[in-house]
Design a protein around this ligand. Structure first.
Ligand code: FAD
Length: 391
């Protein structure tokens, strides 16, 4: 098999990249290790930044999102049983976010790809990228029990944190920046209308909690739990009791309970792999960087990377100049590090470390009070949350 761009992974990064290239008249082949049902049902992110919404619309993948997604103009911060709303449009000149699950983004992009795009092979596992620094990189992969080779002009590794693409960058050229956190998130899906119409981020002495949603009838809620905790060790009643405690307010706000349909624990990690390019291999999305989910940035960063790559490749085809492709890693990393900073700030603002001292507790409250009382501090949060511009 031969193609211009070999894309490894059909998560949001790989699928959107295939769509952007198709729209630009550039052919690609997508290899995805898992089956279609798995990719379409893997519960992950749910908040789309304004820039992501704009890109999906422009790519012709925004129709159902605009019909079923929920536009959100703010979030609520909770601490010391108090509530503070952050009004995004008022603070950012009209920007907002969209609640539309990653599962739905993937379903929409898969449907478009299968209808109009190039080959998308499920259960096709990439084994290795070879010749990344040559003119003819290849992806060795296994599909339907046979090994095959995809010859490419360019390979884009969109294969997530556990993928193989990153391994093709020689170790001596790589710098990894990493931090793991001594806690994780216990996430649940519940068949109950969200108890609040916007996301609620709660800082509590017992730990962080987040109220989010997938639709007007499905709630998504999270609890900070110790690192390595087992979701099954929490009964449904224990989860609701703990959520109730952490969301409690002085004005008697009530949390609606409902049947829990899914629960799992997500570890929290910050990770950046530099550079994001080696020869004709480009890394995009979680293959190159991870953020803790507190800032809702993971999926949006993946979108930023593939927009940058598609633009750079189109520029090269149209002008013959490789300057944007050459600048890919630096261009992406500027945005990545802003998102890393924002996600780290949100995480340390709202989570309670197991070894937190009373001094650090007071500092957290002071930082939250600052956001609640200073337009400058609040604007900084609103700008970060609604997203840094694509470059
Ligand atoms: C449990 C969990 C919860 C999350 N919650 C949030 C959240 O609430 N908010 C938020 O913003 N972000 C969240 N994230 C992060 C967000 O989901 C990711 O940033 C986003 O999925 C990145 O997209 P991607 O396409 O780069 O990678 P992925 O979505 O990981 O896609 C990579 C794809 O590559 C495939 N693949 C891997 N190896 C190979 C191979 N060798 N050959 C072929 N295919 C391969 C995988 O099967 C997968 O389909 C969460 C992540 C996890 C893991």
């Amino acid at each position: 098999m031969r193609t211009t761009v070999g894309i490894i992974g059909a998560g949001p990064a790989g699928l959107l990249l295939a769509r952007l290239l198709h729209n630009a008249g550039i052919d690609s082949v997508v290899l995805e290790a898992r089956d279609r049902a798995y990719v379409e049902h893997r519960q992950r992110a749910g908040i789309l930044e304004q820039g992501t919404v704009d890109v999906l619309r422009a790519a012709g993948a925004g129709e159902r999102m605009d019909r079923e997604g929920l536009r959100h103009d703010g979030i609520e911060l909770r601490y010391d049983r108090k509530r503070h709303r952050v009004d995004f449009p008022a603070l950012t000149g009209g920007r907002s976010v969209m609640v539309y699950a990653q599962t739905e983004v993937c379903k929409d992009l898969i449907a478009l790809q299968l209808k109009e795009g190039g080959p998308l092979l499920f259960e096709a596992e990439a084994l290795a990228v070879e010749g990344a620094d040559s003119d003819r990189p290849t992806v060795r992969f296994r599909h339907e029990g046979r090994e095959d080779v995809l010859e490419c002009d360019y390979v884009v590794g969109c294969d997530g944190f556990w993928g193989v693409a990153r391994k093709a960058v020689p170790e001596e050229l790589v710098r990894v920046f990493e931090r793991t956190y001594p806690f994780g998130w216990l996430g649940i899906l519940a068949d109950v209308p969200p108890s609040h119409d916007e996301l609620v981020y709660a800082r509590h002495d017992r730990g962080f909690a987040l109220l989010s949603m997938r639709s007007p009838s499905v709630s998504r809620l999270y609890l900070q739990v110790p690192e390595g905790a087992d979701a099954e060790s929490w009964s449904d009643d224990e989860i609701w009791d703990e959520l109730e405690r952490r969301f409690e307010t002085e004005d008697g706000w009530a949390l609606e309970r409902g049947p829990i349909t899914q629960k799992s624990v997500t570890p929290m990690r910050s990770y950046v792999h530099e550079p994001m390019r080696h020869g004709r291999l480009f890394l995009a999305g979680d293959a190159a960087h991870i953020v803790p989910p507190t800032g809702a940035k993971g999926l949006n960063l993946a979108v930023g990377d593939v927009v940058t790559f598609a633009r750079a490749l189109t520029h090269q085809r149209d002008t013959g100049s490789a300057e944007l492709l050459d600048a890919y890693s630096e261009t992406c990393l500027r945005r990545v590090w802003q998102a890393e900073r924002f996600s780290y700030d949100m995480t340390t603002l709202l989570h309670r470390s197991p070894d937190a001292t009373p001094f650090e507790d007071r500092l957290q409250i002071a930082r939250l009070e600052r956001i609640a009382t200073s337009a400058a501090a609040e604007t900084d949060l609103a700008e970060g949350y609604t997203g840094f511009p694509f470059q």
